[in-house]
Design a protein around this ligand. Structure first.
Ligand SMILES: [Zn+2]
Length: 399
């Protein structure tokens, strides 16, 4: 590696810089000598790379490390607050914004509610207004932004930064990436919502040391982000992970995709909420479901289930059983080390986790099922916005 580095070879130079930065990220702090040993680069090459990275503001010198005989070495760390990235999670009813720096420190986290069926124009306006207002109040310099990640619940063309279809937003064929690039004036990366959550788990969460895992988001839809050998797996045309449309009940309910008995029609928050609403309309009553202004929300259902409401518990449990089928299919097909269940699932996980793992044990092959960790995300509803913000940051480290 070392002898190929020349000033003319920009690609190798950037590659080596990314390797150095990533080693420092993983070890928190390293001396130049340690970097030379870990990369196989000569001390001169390491010195040159670290000098550039210090000059450009990515690294800084922090005190002295342990001596191995002789002078104590100067240690290098990532410089907090030197560069930032912003992530937006565009949901059905709200926009989430996260600003983080290259050390993955979260500097800003906001939520903005809007009504269902919002237009792309309106969302672009909100993003523009919110971003510029925030960087002004937080005193963050626009030129220090590495880029913006957009988390979208849909199928995307990442080459053109275009949304092919996002059924829950009722958007299709939208050039969202290029339009947001114009208003924010920085590189834009669009990514599927469940994949953003998987990126979050891999970069700062439970799966940071796991090469093969699946992150399942339960929301108004259900999707999965898949990592294979440390890399994002998107499939042939980018739609891998659409597990919401796995058929779990052959003659089941009609799904928006045209099929019958899809996982989403039993285990997504939208369908579970609709089912409970309809039962209430046709006469089910319970003092455990506390409704205000006649509108039933997801939080009310979860609260009622924790208080032991029969209908809410039954619907959540049946959703968990079908989710367990999907987890078992994934275990049998991909043999992952971990499966992380996130987003709305985290709000009721304690009520259904035992049932879900029992279902997985019954349905999956015993050998891979005994070696998989089934986890609940620690990031709740924020994982996709956090993951979106991590996309431009990961690029700095060559990921
Ligand atoms: Zn479907």
């Amino acid at each position: 590696m070392a002898k190929n580095i020349t000033g003319n070879n920009q690609y190798l130079k950037e590659f080596n810089q990314a390797v150095v930065l990533d080693l420092i990220r993983q070890h928190k702090r390293l001396s130049r000598k340690e970097l030379s040993v870990l990369t196989g680069l000569s001390p001169t090459a390491c010195g040159s790379i670290t000098r550039t990275l210090i000059k450009d503001g990515f690294l800084y010198e922090t005190g002295q490390g342990e001596s191995t005989g002789g002078r104590k070495p100067v240690m290098l760390e990532l410089k907090p607050g030197s560069y930032y990235a912003v992530g937006f999670d565009i949901g059905m009813n709200e926009l989430k914004m996260v600003i983080a720096d290259i050390t993955s420190e979260i500097l800003v986290q906001r939520e903005l509610k809007y009504s269902q069926g919002i237009s792309t124009e309106k969302v672009i306006d909100i993003i523009q207004e919110e971003f510029f207002k925030t960087i002004e109040t937080e005193k963050l310099s626009h030129e220090k932004f590495l880029g913006c990640g957009l988390s979208i619940p849909g199928i995307l063309d990442r080459e053109t930064n275009k949304i092919i279809m996002a059924p829950n937003l009722s958007w299709s064929e939208v050039n969202l990436g290029s339009r947001i690039r114009e208003v924010l004036d920085m590189p834009i990366y669009i990514e599927n919502e469940a994949m953003c959550s998987a990126i979050c788990e891999h970069w700062i969460g439970e799966c940071s040391n796991i090469s093969n895992f699946v992150c399942i988001n339960v929301e108004s839809g259900i999707g999965a982000g898949i990592f294979i050998k440390e890399s994002i797996y998107r499939g042939h045309s980018g739609s891998a992970g659409e597990i919401g449309h796995l058929i779990v009940n052959e003659n089941g309910r009609l799904c928006g995709c045209g099929s019958k008995g899809c996982l989403e029609t039993y285990a997504s928050t939208r369908y579970m909420l609709t089912e409970i609403s309809e039962k209430i309309k046709s006469g089910y009553s319970s003092d455990k479901i506390v409704q205000s202004m006649g509108t039933l929300t997801w939080d009310m259902i979860v609260n009622a289930a924790f208080k032991g409401d029969e209908l809410c518990v039954k619907v959540l449990e049946r959703g968990a059983v079908f989710l367990g089928f999907a987890v078992a299919y994934l275990i049998n097909t991909l043999n992952p080390e971990a499966i992380v269940l996130g987003k709305s699932f985290t709000s009721y996980a304690p009520l259904v986790m035992d049932l879900l793992t029992k279902t997985v044990k019954e349905r999956a092959l015993a050998y891979p099922a005994s070696r998989v960790k089934i986890l609940t995300s620690n990031f709740g509803m924020s994982s996709s916005a956090l993951g979106a913000a991590m996309i431009p940051i990961r690029k700095v480290f060559g990921k």
